[in-house]
Design a protein around this ligand. Structure first.
Ligand code: HSE
Length: 413
């Protein structure tokens, strides 16, 4: 018998309880063990619910319960999740988590402790929801030198962008629906401003490149600046807008960023809609592999948490190293030097003069206009450094024919 303690009975916590119960027999067949949830920690009460008799408001009850071998930390946020995870590991309990904020901030400390106490700290559910991406990087693509990871890593923003594009709905209204469906973070700013995707690409980069990539070093933009008008232009250009997280190994460091991007409709990531996530991994031997699945939501995320529990039970709790040198940080390059193409939308006073000002600065570019959007056009730059693009935009803003630069969005080739 393996005892599990669940920290947090929110969307993911209640999902973990459900997965362990609904698939009890299958899990027993796979592990040869009965896995039982012994206690659930939450500040709230759940009268009449199944877990009422095992609910506690006191973490010590889980910490000091010797029948609990594995703790599922699914409470989110850095504290008290970090302290609880640390104490559990120091008590000889393995910890599994979906908490990307904690793994990105304190994962190195918890991994060191896990090694010291010969237990596991597993975090499959922290990136890409149900997609087995950490496991793929850690146990399948092991003969590769991973060069690049790129993908859609946030379900909430992908859901919002999909509904805005397909149904012409408003940002705020779709965000509320994403919250109701259990996709969004407690504070959805983390989703819509790109911070959640930033933490996930930092974690994936650390596992893929074998040393810590600090999420604080990654240039991050969210989707709050994306308007219906931008989506109309994207449509006309045969593109869609997606929040793309990417990270690439270069000789001078890691080139990483999170930003909304225009991608062509025939790009494989363009077909990833709603709360689905997809991740490309480019290895020097395997070439490109792509991973796809539900990136958010109760049961898909809980299934990934339980897969870590099963892994630990199968390993009889013995420490399993992860290829992430927690004592080494990889340098992240300043985004200014990276080569980009940008979609730029401009409001003008005088069309001919504004077009001339653009061509004087950006060379020969093609202009796009949308019926009904008056006194504005958009164009896509040729490839140049990000710094050069923004220097030119700043000059463009001073041109008398140019009234306003409405938006600048990266274009993914
Ligand atoms: N808020 C996250 C998302 C949940 O929307 O992707 C899954 O990590």
């Amino acid at each position: 018998m393996v005892g599990v303690g669940i920290l947090g009975y929110g969307t993911v916590g209640s999902g973990v309880y459900e997965v362990l119960n609904v698939n009890k027999d299958i899990i027993k067949r796979k592990t040869g063990e009965e896995i039982e949830v012994k206690k659930v920690l939450d500040l709230r009460s759940f009268p009449g619910e199944d877990i009422e008799s095992i609910l506690t408001h006191n973490f010590e009850d889980i910490l000091n319960d010797e029948s609990i071998n594995i703790v599922a930390e699914v409470m989110g946020g850095v504290e008290p999740a970090f302290t609880y995870s640390r104490l559990a590991i120091e008590k000889g309990k393995s910890v599994v988590t979906s908490n990307k904020a904690l793994v990105a901030e304190k994962g190195t400390e918890l991994l060191k402790l896990a090694e010291k106490y010969n237990v596991n700290y597993f975090f499959e559910a922290s990136c890409g929801g149900t997609i087995p991406i950490i496991r793929s990087l850690n146990t399948s693509l092991t003969s590769d030198d991973v060069q690049k990871i790129e993908g859609i890593l946030n379900g909430t923003t992908n859901f919002i962008l999909t509904k805005m594009a397909e149904e012409g709905r408003d940002f705020g209204e779709v965000l509320k629906e994403a919250q109701k469906l259990g996709y969004a973070e407690a504070d959805p700013t983390a989703d819509v401003e790109g911070h959640d995707a930033c933490r996930k690409i930092a974690i994936l980069s650390s596992v893929a490149f074998g040393a810590t990539v600090d999420y604080k070093d990654i240039h991050t933009e969210g989707i709050t600046k994306i308007t219906r008008e931008d989506i109309q232009y994207a449509n006309k250009l045969n593109c869609v807008i997606k929040l793309i997280a990417e990270s690439e190994k270069t000789p001078s460091g890691i080139a990483a960023r999170v930003a909304p991007c225009l991608i062509k409709r025939d790009h494989p990531l363009a077909a990833v809609n709603n709360a689905y996530n997809a991740i490309f991994v480019k290895g020097n031997m395997s070439g490109e592999t792509m991973y796809y699945g539900s990136g958010a939501g109760k049961l898909p995320t809980a299934a990934a948490v339980v897969s870590d529990i099963i892994d630990i039970v199968k390993r009889k709790g013995v420490y399993e190293p992860i290829d992430w040198d927690v004592n080494k940080n990889l340098p992240v390059l300043s985004p200014e030097k990276s080569a980009v193409k940008a979609f730029i939308r401009i409001g003008f006073e005088n069309k001919t003069e504004a077009e001339k000002a653009v061509c004087d600065m950006f060379g020969d570019v093609k202009f796009t206009v949308i019926d009904g959007l008056n006194n504005e056009f958009a164009f896509i730059t040729n490839q140049e450094t990000e710094k050069s693009v923004y220097d030119k935009i700043n000059k463009l803003k001073t041109a008398s024919a140019v009234k306003e630069v409405f938006n600048v969005i990266h274009v993914e080739e």
